[in-house]
Write a protein that binds this ligand. Structure first.
Ligand code: GUN
Length: 295
């Protein structure tokens, strides 16, 4: 078997055009366009690239972009007061503060200062709790992107799907497990203390890997016909970027597999924009976007 290569760039383009249509419909109804504020503190090279891409994509779907770049030496209270201003700004529907933050700033203070209604990263404890209890909230972007990529392979219905999530992080593993559970999948979360990770992965119809370990998942770990979503982004010594899955080996066994780069990555920003549209519609009392994502 040669696995279908899931084209995340193409799927993200489709998502962006749905969001663009949603933005037009919103502005016709409300008389303004949704706005997203992006806050970058310091000069971390990877964060600069992420924020630049987020700003570019925000503008490309017709939303207002508010970019705030603060120096490395910014104090926690200065950042909190910017977040307060953005919470109060009626033009701003979504706020993202790029992580990691410099050492003098406690990230959890900042994520809990963002108004839950504007928390388009889904990091505020109110949204974490809402997602964990399956009652909505704003959903973290990367797991939402994984769900959208996987949905067509299960006819949009995850009920009874044997799912294994590799990794238990707050940004990906845990919310991923909760989103699948809310859709009645059978979910196992494996991690660095799991005795035999491969034995769990082997029985799965759906494997989502967010372990941060290059090439961790080997071909003989994966069951015939599984759908494999690779969240990992690892830069090797030679500069090559690879995922957490051994792509060549797993391609020979899986039904479908996301590449790295070009798989989950582009979907994450797409979901940030989708969350911003969702936040804007909810703020205006207009409900959730209906853009047919099959989830
Ligand atoms: N740093 C790495 N991933 C993310 C993300 O999804 N959101 C934010 N704000 N920062 C990040």
């Amino acid at each position: 078997m040669t696995a279908e290569r899931i084209d995340g760039r193409l799927r993200a383009k489709e998502l962006d055009s749905r969001v663009t249509e949603g933005v037009s419909a919103f502005s016709e109804k409300v008389g303004r366009v949704p706005g997203l504020a992006a806050v970058l503190v310091g000069t971390d090279a990877a964060s600069q690239i992420y924020v630049r891409n987020k700003v570019k994509r925000t503008k490309s779907v017709g939303m207002l972009s508010f970019e705030h770049v603060l120096p490395e030496t910014t104090t926690e209270s200065d950042l909190l007061s910017l977040v307060d201003d953005l919470n109060a700004d009626p033009r701003v529907d979504g706020i993202l503060v790029q992580l990691p933050l410099p050492g003098q700033i406690r990230a959890e203070r900042v994520t809990s200062a963002v108004s839950p209604e504007k928390d388009v990263d889904g990091f505020h404890i109110v949204n974490v709790g809402a997602v964990a209890s399956g009652v909505g909230g704003l959903v973290p972007c990367t797991p939402l992107g994984c769900l959208i990529l996987a949905a067509p392979f299960f006819g949009g219905d995850f009920a009874g799907v044997e799912s294994v999530v590799v990794g238990r992080s707050n940004i990906v593993g845990r919310p991923m497990a909760n989103l699948l559970l809310a859709r009645r999948a059978t979910v196992t979360v494996v991690h660095s203390a799991t005795r035999d990770v491969a034995s769990h992965v082997r029985g799965a119809d759906l494997v989502v890997v967010a372990a941060g370990s290059a090439g961790l998942v080997r071909g003989d770990w994966v069951g015939e016909g599984a759908v494999v979503i690779d969240v990992g982004i690892n830069r090797l010594a030679d500069g090559k970027v690879v995922g957490d899955v051994n792509f060549e080996e797993v391609s020979g066994v899986a039904r479908a597999l996301t590449p790295v780069p070009g798989g989950v990555g582009p979907m994450t920003i797409g979901c940030l924009l989708l969350n911003t549209l969702t936040a804007a519609l909810r703020r205006e009392g207009l409900g959730d976007p209906d853009i047919g994502l099959g989830i």
